[in-house]
Design a protein. Structure first.
Length: 277
């Protein structure tokens, strides 16, 4: 089968399946699976593709058609200029989380010790560690599989100023909490009752433990604030629907001021806690 035929078949399958941005998906699959760029697709249509390679590519197309997120199919996601391996043991990093990282780097470039709670694939920890190279980042997760993947991602990208710790929420930092200046997290915040309304490709393929925030979506924040000591700077990703519930939780917190920030889509997406002067 030549490249032109492969393009035609995959384009038809993706379109018939109703895949959004099917051309972008097709080009991404060619690049990720066969190492062919868009120019190759335009200029080398008569090029013969080995049967083993064409079968590998079409298997990737079928996985996307069945609803599997393309990042899992390709096995990686670009995050803040860092290529992260992603598997179904971790949530796929979102663009909003890149915005969170950008806020932290802008405001905390002179801080020395960070913590990323619920690190997943390690995106936040790796981005902070690379962009603030004089820092030390503690990265925690309740999932051993996630931690192993995050550590692999750091090592693959030549990032060595991260310490990985298995643990849950803020208590997972244990004896290291006293030294931490800045805490960052993208925790589970979807209400349990809303999980069934998520897109099928999210609900079916991504780890529920990384999404389920409990009945009101605030389980993580409630536990986190309960044990948060004074004097830390905190940057948390949040649901746009939970600002009032979070305001109520924070109202009982002494020694902190609270700010909610919107993402680029205009939704409240971040909660920042700063020590009161």
């Amino acid at each position: 089968m030549n490249l032109k035929e492969l393009i035609h078949i995959s384009k038809r399958k993706l379109s018939e399946a109703g895949i959004e941005n099917s051309r972008f998906v097709m080009i991404s699959l060619f690049r990720g699976v066969l190492s062919l760029n868009e120019a190759d697709l335009i200029l080398n249509g008569e090029k013969e593709i080995e049967s083993k390679l064409s079968a590998k590519y079409m298997k990737a197309v079928e996985r996307v058609v069945e609803g599997e997120p393309i990042d899992y199919v390709l096995g990686f996601r670009e995050f803040f200029g860092i290529r992260l391996e992603v598997t179904r043991s971790v949530l796929i990093p979102r663009n909003e989380t890149e915005e969170l990282v950008e806020i932290v780097i802008d405001e905390e470039k002179n801080s020395k010790v960070f913590a990323d709670i619920g690190t997943g694939s390690g995106g936040i920890a790796c981005a902070l560690a690379r962009n603030i190279p004089s820092s030390l980042v503690f990265a925690t997760d309740i999932s051993r599989d996630a931690l192993m993947l995050a550590e692999k991602n750091a090592r693959t990208n030549g990032i060595f100023n991260i310490r990985f710790i298995e643990g849950d929420n803020i208590s997972g930092l244990n004896d290291f909490l006293d030294s931490v200046e800045v805490i960052v997290s993208n925790p589970p915040y979807v209400r349990t009752g809303d999980l069934d309304s998520l897109d099928t490709n999210v609900r079916k393929y991504e780890p529920i433990v990384a999404l389920d925030g409990g009945k009101d979506g605030l389980d993580f924040y409630r536990e986190f604030l309960k044990y948060l000591p004074t004097g830390k700077k905190v940057y948390l990703e949040i649901s746009q629907y939970e600002t009032e519930g979070l305001r109520e939780l924070v109202s009982d917190l002494n020694g902190y001021s609270c700010e909610f920030k919107k993402d680029l889509s205009g939704n409240y997406r971040f909660m920042i806690l700063r020590p009161e002067v």
